[in-house]
Design a protein around this ligand. Structure first.
Ligand SMILES: Nc1nc2c(ncn2[C@@H]2O[C@@H]3COP(=O)(O)O[C@H]4[C@@H](O)[C@H](n5cnc6c(=O)[nH]c(N)nc65)O[C@@H]4COP(=O)(O)O[C@H]3[C@H]2O)c(=O)[nH]1
Length: 695
């Protein structure tokens, strides 16, 4: 069985010279469960108090040797921090004795004649109250100790905002001295803005049980400090507050913010910071009905510099670019914010612009600043920039769209030949959307057998016999019908899809050339266009070799057509590739000759078999004497270099006659045969002598 809980039994010192009274008191105390020790005079009472440390003293006023008042005073002197309750027993209506008792330090009094049953309860009540008071004292001492241990400033405010109490914290920056606050209103102590926020929170905490905090900054003796006041309401309708100096934390936060919002390479705001500034600017411009512009800048050849000169030089370039951008936008544009979004992409936010021209003017200044040569680690580098501009509110109402549109305009600027600044327009998005759709379609075109080849005859001018064909690709789009190569080859180049597509063209064309050789029992040379991207593909020679091997076509029946631009792009690498192709035994010809560099000396180095004069020269013949002269000169020079000449775009009998007269070797054009499917070409080849149809 569990032991019964027995409350602590208190001990009462009963001091009375009357033995009957003592006996009655002892009896009464026993009734309410209390122990007692007795003293029959004043001195004995003081001695017993010292020896027994009672919890309560019942003290008669009239006693021999030392009266009750003196005993009470002696007890008060003896006792430590604990305050033992003393109940004095006074005569009937002796008011003076009561006053004297309180003055001597008595807790309570009872007057004679004593109501014994009530005295028991009275004693118990006083004991309980004294216990509560001593617990309160301990709690208070605890609280004081806690407050003394924490560095915070502590204060107490009345519900209407007056400081009732104020204890300065340990921090040297403690915001105010106690004497500046106690008895004064918060408004008279703190700056108006801060006081207002405090008062707001004051009423909030009085209506809720939660802790509210207010952050504020105060400048004391020229030094700024950040404080955090935590306020809590009490049951008595007051507010307790703790104020802490959080300057150190604020500094750390600021440091973290800097790291998170600052681009470490250039020291300017990063993407995150830019997006937040943009968000704020949008809010402000919306409120104040103002306009702003976003400039999105991208360097045109950054990747090349990074790849060729290394990342260190690339980084240095970005740092100098940042410096130049800073200088460029500084005069008069102090509100602009510059950021690096990543890589070589920079943005400039131009607030409060009045006209589009203001944004364009900054864009042109930026472009000019970038055009000055950069001296990087001993390398003199020339860089250009493409800039896209979007405007609020004209182009969009939200940050994401505005930034995207500036980016879109930047791409448009790049497509328009780089070193450009372009404004966004909604049609750009449409163009880009259809571009993306086309790209998605092109990715599937090969698997879905949507690509096919047409072949255009190439004839020997003196005899007009078909000696070769040029393979020309077409795309049968499921929705848009036939798409010409001029529309999708650049896209295939851009996306790299030209490599698999080009291989398919080569394979299909070589296959067909073999078939015609079998059918006609004479060789028909197959010309296939090679784009710059294919030419740069380091696997080109292997692909050509594999295709020739797989199809069984004699390499000398394959002619690869390249433009001058492709050849000139990287002369050294070109020579190596050409060497490999020559090693395989295929021929090379230069397409669209006359439209590019037209450098004969280079062509000699590259050992090409044929030059194809661009149709723009042929179309004006025979009337256009200038083009006639150029055509004649090209033919003569090509022959001088032992190259044969093919005229493209021959549409009339007169043109053919003139070309024959100039000694042109071969011709191709609508007059001699339009690009046609393999069956039609087979028929043409089968005709007697295989002369071109119309001639
Ligand atoms: N006005 C006029 N035009 C004539 C005449 N005779 C031929 N043409 C057109 O001129 C273009 C000649 O091809 P290109 O200069 O190599 O120019 C080609 C070539 O650069 C490219 N291309 C075509 N197929 C391929 C391919 O399989 N691979 C690569 N990389 N490019 C290709 O697309 C360009 C355009 O091809 P097409 O639209 O087929 O256009 C062809 C042809 O149809 C004529 O008498 N008058």
């Amino acid at each position: 069985m569990a032991a019964l809980y027995s409350p602590k039994r208190g001990t009462v010192l009963v001091a009375d010279d009357d033995p009957v009274m003592r006996l009655l008191m002892l009896e009464m105390l026993a009734q309410v469960g209390l122990d007692a020790v007795e003293a029959s005079d004043g001195r004995a009472a003081v001695a017993s108090f010292r020896d027994n440390a009672p919890d309560l003293v019942l003290l008669d006023v009239d006693m021999p040797l030392l009266d009750g008042f003196s005993v009470c005073r002696a007890i008060r002197k003896l006792e430590g921090p604990s305050h033992v309750p003393v109940i004095m027993v006074t005569g009937g209506d002796d008011l003076e004795a009561v006053t004297q008792a309180y003055e001597a330090g008595a807790t309570d009094f009872v007057s004679k004649p004593i109501n014994w049953p009530i005295l028991g309860h009275r004693v118990l009540y006083v004991l309980r109250a004294s216990d509560a008071i001593s617990r309160l004292r301990i709690a208070d001492a605890h609280n004081r100790a806690v407050l003394a241990a924490i560095p915070d400033t502590f204060f107490r405010l009345s519900a209407d905002g007056y400081y009732l109490d104020y204890e300065e914290g340990h921090e040297p920056s403690t915001d105010f001295a106690s004497r500046e606050c106690v008895g004064r209103h918060i408004r008279d102590v703190l700056p108006p803005q801060i006081a207002m926020r405090m008062l707001d929170q004051l009423s909030a905490v009085l209506h809720s049980a939660s802790v509210h905090s207010v952050d504020y900054e105060l400048t004391r003796e020229g030094v700024s400090h950040h404080f955090e006041a935590r306020l809590v309401g009490t049951a008595s309708g007051e507010v307790l507050g703790l104020v802490r100096d959080i300057s150190e934390r604020k500094r750390a936060e600021e440091q973290i913010r800097k790291l998170a919002y600052c681009d470490s390479l250039t020291g300017i705001p990063n993407r995150q910071a830019f997006l937040e500034t943009l968000e704020n600017e949008l809010e402000r411009s919306r409120r104040e009905q103002r306009k702003f512009a976003i400039l999105f800048m991208d360097l045109d050849s950054f990747k090349r510099i990074n790849d060729t000169l290394g990342h260190n030089v690339g980084d240095l370039l970005l740092q100098i670019v940042t410096e130049r951008l800073r200088e460029t936008i500084r005069p008069g544009d102090h509100l602009c914010s510059l950021a690096r979004l990543g890589g070589d992409e920079f943005t400039i936010l131009l607030p409060d612009i009045e006209r589009v021209d203001d944004a364009l003017a900054v864009a042109h200044r930026v472009k000019d600043a970038m055009r000055r040569p950069f001296n990087l680690d001993g390398h003199e580098i020339f860089v250009t920039a493409s800039i896209g501009i979007s405007l609020y509110p004209e182009d969009g109402e939200d940050c994401t769209s505005l930034l995207k549109f500036a980016d879109t305009a930047m791409y448009h600027a790049k497509n328009c030949g780089k070193n450009n600044a372009k404004l966004y327009s909604s049609s750009l998005t449409m163009q880009i959307m259809s571009h993306i759709k086309l790209e998605v379609g092109l990715r599937k075109a090969l698997q879905n057998n949507e690509l096919y080849l047409l072949y255009q005859p190439q004839v020997d001018v003196p005899t007009t016999r078909i000696v070769g064909v040029e393979a020309l690709i077409r795309w049968r789009h499921p929705e848009h019908g036939i798409i010409p190569p001029t529309e999708f080859i650049p896209l295939a180049e851009e996306t790299g899809l030209i490599v698999p597509i080009g291989e398919w063209v080569l394979r299909t064309a070589c296959h067909q050339a073999c078939a015609w050789k079998r059918e006609c029992e004479r060789p028909i040379r197959m010309a296939v266009n090679l784009s710059a991207r294919q030419f740069k593909d380091e696997n080109l020679a292997q692909i050509v070799l594999a295709v020739l091997h797989d199809t069984g076509l004699d390499p000398s029946l394959l002619e690869l057509e390249l433009t001058e631009g492709t050849l000139m792009d990287n002369a050294l690498a070109t020579l190596a590739t050409l060497e490999q192709l020559r090693g395989i035994g295929v021929f090379l010809s230069i397409d669209d000759f006359g439209t590019g560099y037209s450098s004969m000396s280079y062509l000699k180095r590259f050992d090409v078999r044929a030059l194809k004069i661009d149709k723009s020269f042929i179309s004006g013949l025979p009337q256009d004497s200038e083009n006639a002269a150029i055509t004649r000169a090209i033919i003569a020079m090509a022959h001088g270099l032992k190259m044969i000449v093919v005229a493209e775009g021959v549409e009339t009998r007169e043109q053919l006659d003139l070309l024959k007269h100039y000694g042109c070797d071969m011709a191709q054009g609508y007059l001699l045969g339009r690009p046609a499917p393999q069956d039609a070409i087979s028929q043409m080849l089968a005709c007697a002598g295989s002369s071109a149809a119309a001639v």
